[in-house]
Write a protein that binds this ligand. Sequence first.
Ligand code: CP3
Length: 342
Amino acid sequence: MQSIFLDTLQGKKTSRPPVWFMRQAGRVLPSYMKLREKYSFQEMMANPKLAAQVTLLPIHDLGVDAAILFSDILVIPEAMGMDLTFTDKGPVFSNPLKNEIKPEMALQPDEKKLEYIYENIKEIIRTKPANTPLIGFCGSPLTTFCYMVEGISRNHTFPEAIAMLYKNKSTAIKILTAITDLSITYAQQQIKAGIDVFQLFETHAGLIPESLYKEIMLPQVKRIAKAVKSTGTPFIYMPKGIGFGLEWIKPKFADFVSIDWQTPIKKARKAVHKKVGLQGNLDPRLLLAPQAVIEKELEKYIPFGKKNKNWIFNLGHGLIPQIPFENVKFVVDWVKNTDWQR
Ligand code: CP3
């Protein structure tokens, strides 16, 4: 049996859309919470057996059509020498770049510091059920830069990081280039270790004007995309808040684009090149509502899913910890059991 997820990515006709969720390997799973009683997030990432086990929890517990590597986008700054801790309130860097007089000089990229992740990938591949595709990922340069400059995510607005793009553009570009260079090596090594698909997480595309994104960020993003696509690995781009920038996304750049919950999926379909597939875009907070309410919203996707075979069902952003596991499972079962009339 082939994978419905890979078939869809390759443009083949399938009886239903494949389904997986961003942040599926995390705190919505009771099995994950049980492991967290014993181990910290960073301990689990550093242990190949545990990292593989957590990666595969959503396959066994939810029945999703793809696994995503259990790791974090902030392993790139960590491999550039930044000291990172995951606290209950989120990730914290002890030495944010805003405190450095010459921030570009403070970074010491060391690709060897990422090698443990390739070992995790190999362990996942050794232990995963046959035909379960594995998604690898990294953060997009802007999103990674925001955390590196500010050190924490206060209200997710990152004013000092964004200000640096205007006040100290050449320094910002040097940092963004260093992030991109290491991300390219990282993506290539994930592919070598055996991932099937690569997703680039640009959570904060919407923080800057479209023109600035196009000028400074897009060239870096395209370098990562090119490095991935040149290996024949499907490339999914998730630019949350990109707005009209959806029009830039051509088949040469990305195979699929993940649509945020702000953008109506039908409008996204019109904006994005027709040969680029879509992923998305249910509002994760809907999953806090009763299942009858969820089902009503899900039904609105039927006409879209009937017409559009190059579509992967997902959320418009990641699952949040408060969401009940039963509601996540309800959505997976609904997608799998609905007659999509294809
Ligand atoms: O999607 C998956 O399940 C795979 C693993 C994954 C994690 N983080 C695990 C994680 C992925 C793909 C990410 C991406 C990530 N990490 C992004 C981009 C996507 C997005 O959701 O916006 C960002 C911005 C981060 C940075 C980050 N890591 C934050 C802000 C936090 C704290 C808030 C939160 O959502 O938990 C993390 C911690 C984190 N990353 C956890 C997990 C499972 C929680 C760790 C725990 O306490 O157990």
